[in-house]
Design a binder for this molecule. Structure first.
Ligand SMILES: Nc1ncnc2c1ncn2[C@@H]1O[C@H](COP(=O)(O)OP(=O)(O)OP(=O)(O)O)[C@@H](O)[C@H]1O
Length: 237
């Protein structure tokens, strides 16, 4: 049974579509990479899946026990977020806000969730440090731990490695792969790194002038994927 279904989705702003007639579905444990040119609508799709904006038409459905408020989200980092004056622990804990409802404090269970998420992301030793004084890679781990507090089932990651150096990028990919493989968390990731998308993802959604959705193997056989293969060959010469 599908965990997420996107059915004839048309999404955009003020009634003007950015994405048209998009249909695909994901099962629990899938790892989807969304690729495509700048401005093709990747972030818009993610925000629509999260319910942060309404579809113009079509539907987003969750199934297989997933509720819409159980999706963890790592947004694209903005300059303002990078300077947020709070401790690592406070930021990770804020991932539990959705669970608190109107209760103005975090309970024992939420504190335990945050501690576990920090442990998984190997940032426990940074818990009291100020977020804005951390490196870009450490900050991304903090935001991933925060997203983990909101979910055990599905993570939406908007360019989680942008601006990170190659070593830290590889570490982030490994952490995400572990969450997917070992914890069975469904991953939906926006990326400009097609090589990594093809390496880690089970499925690829390519949006742009033409749309592709399918398995990684099918993508490599597709016109968009073959274009990438040619580029890869060119790069390595
Ligand atoms: N809040 C908004 N109001 C109106 N138009 C917007 C808004 N946000 C984005 N857009 C427009 O929607 C289109 C798609 O933007 P979106 O950010 O979804 O693209 P993207 O594929 O994620 O791009 P990038 O790869 O650069 O992050 C762009 O033309 C953009 O200008």
């Amino acid at each position: 049974m599908a965990q997420l279904t996107c059915q004839n989705l048309c999404a955009g702003y003020d009634g003007r579509p950015v994405l048209q007639d998009l249909t695909f579905e994901l099962l629990a444990g899938d790892y989807l990479c969304i690729v495509g040119e700048n401005g093709s609508g990747k972030s818009t799709l993610m925000k629509t899946i999260l319910g942060l904006q309404m579809p113009i038409s079509g539907r987003i459905l969750t199934g297989d026990g997933l509720r819409k408020n159980e999706i963890g989200y790592l947004p694209q980092q903005t300059v303002i977020q990078k300077d947020f004056p709070a401790s690592v622990r406070e930021i990770v804990l804020s991932g539990c806000l959705g669970r608190c409802g109107s209760r103005p404090f975090y309970n024992k269970e939420e504190k335990k969730l945050a501690a576990e998420a920090m442990e998984k992301m190997q940032i426990t030793r940074l818990a009291r440090r100020c977020y804005r004084k951390l490196s870009g890679g450490q900050q991304q781990r903090v935001l991933l731990a925060r997203a983990l507090c909101a979910t055990q089932k599905m993570l939406l990651l908007d360019e989680p490695v942008s601006g990170l150096d190659p070593k830290v990028t590889a570490e982030m990919y490994t952490l995400i792969e572990k969450l997917n493989r070992e914890d069975g968390i469904t991953v939906i990731m926006i990326s400009h790194d097609v090589a990594a998308a093809v390496r880690y993802a089970s499925h690829i959604l390519h949006i742009g002038d033409t749309v592709f959705f399918g398995t990684r193997a099918d993508y490599l056989q597709s016109s968009q994927g073959r274009l990438f293969d040619v580029k890869k060959g060119g790069d390595s010469q």
